[in-house]
Design a protein around this ligand. Structure first.
Ligand code: ZN
Ligand code: FE
Length: 242
């Protein structure tokens, strides 16, 4: 029950994520932002197979590779019902369901807010979570469909996981999120964290993954005391030009 994860940049600021259950060799891609880039990384990996696409939500930058990946590999596509409005989907899952990736059990959690049907996948045994567009390094997803209280509840659900949980985000938004966080919080620990992020960004290195513990310490959306504060922060970030 060990997972290998490969992360690679694609499209403008998306991350591709290939995940392999080491025991069985079963491979999944989390979302399908760019079929070409995913197939190329699969080739580089030497993993030799793609068994699953696991979609987190319906947005095209998470589903537009579904059809091509299935045509090329015969993989099974799993995700929330809402994916059907954008792309092919074989198995519908929702909070409380599990998906088997070889011997690894991925638990599905409902996380509405960014979209209404957004879900995330987590291996409890491996302490790894694939959170799509819900939680980012120092940020959270925009509220395209849901309400602030839906997103607040979704973030609270994630915040209840163990601090060591490794969080794999779907976008590189960290530098912009860090500038926003710095505008609210003058702790030197945050300044140090932001400096690390700016340096990595400068070198075009990924700042993902993060851990839940890091985010609980520094992410303003997880540090909000209540729904009202969260809603105000989300609104402020939407209009933040930094
Ligand atoms: Zn999205
Ligand atoms: Fe996205």
């Amino acid at each position: 029950m060990t997972l290998d994860v490969r992360l690679f940049a694609c499209l403008n600021d998306n991350y591709g994520l290939l995940v392999r259950d080491v025991g069985s060799g079963a491979v999944a891609t989390i979302d399908s932002p760019d079929a070409e880039a995913i197939l190329a990384d699969l080739e580089r990996s030497g993993w030799g197979r793609l068994d699953h696409v696991l979609n987190t939500h319906w947005h095209p930058d998470h589903t537009q590779g579904n059809a091509r990946l299935q045509a090329e590999t015969g993989c099974v596509i799993t995700g929330p019902e809402e994916v059907r409005k954008a792309a092919p989907l074989d198995r519908v899952v929702a909070g409380g369901d599990t998906v088997a990736l070889g011997d690894t059990v991925l638990e599905v959690t409902d996380t509405p807010g960014h979209t209404l049907g957004h879900i995330v996948y987590r291996s409890v045994a491996d302490s790894q979570a694939f959170v799509g567009d819900v939680l980012f390094v120092l940020g959270c997803g925009r509220l395209f469909e849901g309400t602030p209280d839906q997103m607040w509840d979704s973030l609270q659900t994630l915040a209840a996981w163990p601090d060591e949980t490794v969080i794999w985000c779907a976008h590189e938004y960290s530098a912009s999120n860090a500038r926003f966080a710095l505008s609210l919080d003058d702790r030197p620990e945050l300044a140090a964290r932001a400096a690390t992020i700016f340096a990595a960004t400068e070198r075009r290195q990924s700042t993902v993954p993060t851990t839940l513990g890091q985010e609980k310490a520094f992410n303003p959306f997880l540090r909000a005391r209540d729904l009202a504060e969260f809603a105000a922060l989300r609104k402020a970030k939407d209009g933040f030009a930094g």
